[in-house]
Design a protein around this ligand. Sequence first.
Ligand code: ADP
Length: 261
Amino acid sequence: QVLSFSLRYLDNTHQRQILGIAYDLTRVRQLEKMQKDFVGNVSHELKTPVTSLIGFTETLLDGAMEDPATLTEFLHIMQKDAQRLQKLIQEIIQLSKDGERGFYETQTITLRPLLDQLIQSYQSMIREKEVTFEIQGDPLLEVETTLELFYPIVKNLVENAIQYSPEKRTILISYQKSDELVLSVQDYGIGIDEEDQERIFERFYRVDKARSRHSGGTGLGLSIVRDYTQILGGFVEVHSHLGLGSTFTIHLPIIEENMNL
Ligand code: ADP
């Protein structure tokens, strides 16, 4: 924040005036700290899979690969580590996107086929967990939005709903458009207690670190959801009860076609 000020004082008989500018460095310092924390967290998160990859490679090269069963088992672990690294890198790149909605191109999309396609991409996880999806909303509803921001928002919410649901549960996606677009993803999963609800949108925050890591989570998904809904001019909210489930709702302003941003 920049503050300008003016000071008047008497110098012998003359009245003098000083004009000046003062910079409030609090925000700058805060941003510097956030940046440092982020880099620290990223390094820490990258270290775990890399250390594991090096360890397993060395053990294999030291002779463990002579045994075909060990070789297969280790390769599966290494594949998981590499996938974790890939996800982390993709999400860090996504988080580096910034700015205002006006910087991004918008297009008209029909929501329902997009959701169907998104759910389809999680088919193997869905089959494994035997979860069922229900979608409520006008099948022909069109929205004017930026796909590169909108898609990751919904993708992260859907992925979490599957991830944090026990087997054989239903996940409900509902949407409607009036003076804003409201889309919610509701699950009957493990739920989040009130204290954690305030923190889950922070970068790298995970309620259960071990569980999230084990299932390939990075703790970045919801911060992408929050950042991107904000870039789109909207917001995200969560309602959740521990043990009963969670509902994440995004509210996005409607953009008229050909509106000059
Ligand atoms: P992660 O990659 O760990 O899923 P997110 O940023 O997407 O990271 O979510 C942060 C944390 O919020 C998760 O680790 C989990 O503890 C909690 N969380 C997110 N979505 C849900 C949900 N639908 N049900 C229960 N807990 C959730």
